[in-house]
Ligand binder design. Structure first.
Ligand SMILES: [Zn+2]
Length: 178
């Protein structure tokens, strides 16, 4: 079985400028590329789980979103880092694009995208961790049985850590076993 970090995208890997739908002017958060490189080098799959309701809202298309994700991986490559997979929820109950205007089981804090990734990559949940700037980014993994030590809030108020620091915290809190 495999091990993974589940990362939020906007506000965690790139600066959250609000419904990021264009690959221009993406900005990496400080320590994000370094943190992802450490995860890559330690043998973790790095899996992005992201709510992108901008699709359902009609702000941008799925293709636009995929262009942003490709550009993000190009920027990370310049730092020797990469994301292994993106799992995206494009839905919103009251969206204006009818194909995506629905209640779904994948919009965080729902667990759908996490469950799909765990199955797709044959992940051992005891060796999986979640980082994000909001509670809804880490709640699904806890709901699936992970402990508080397996999740880290990043880039928030009160000196919350960067992604690079979060990786070190996870190692320390879990006995450097992983
Ligand atoms: Zn969804």
């Amino acid at each position: 079985m495999n091990k993974a970090f589940f990362l939020d995208r906007d506000g965690t890997i790139i600066r959250d400028t609000g419904y990021v739908g264009s690959p221009d002017k993406l900005e990496l958060m400080p320590g994000a590329a370094e943190g992802i490189r450490k995860m890559n080098e330690a043998g973790y799959l790095v899996i992005v789980i992201s709510n992108q309701s901008g699709v359902a809202r009609g702000y941008f298309t799925l293709d636009d979103m995929e262009r942003v994700n490709r550009r993000l991986n190009e920027m990370l490559a310049e730092h020797g880092a990469h994301i292994d997979a993106f799992y995206i929820c494009p839905h919103l109950k009251n969206g204006v694009i009818s194909a995506y205007a629905m209640d779904c089981d994948c919009r965080k804090p729902n667990t759908g995208l996490f469950r799909r990734a765990i199955a797709d990559f044959n992940l051992d949940i005891t060796r999986c961790f979640a980082c994000g700037d909001r509670e809804r980014d880490v709640k699904p993994l806890k709901e699936l049985g992970a402990s508080e030590k397996q999740v880290v809030k990043v880039y928030g108020k009160d000196d919350e850590p960067t992604l690079s620091e979060a990786f070190e915290i996870v190692l320390k809190d879990n006995g450097n076993l992983y």
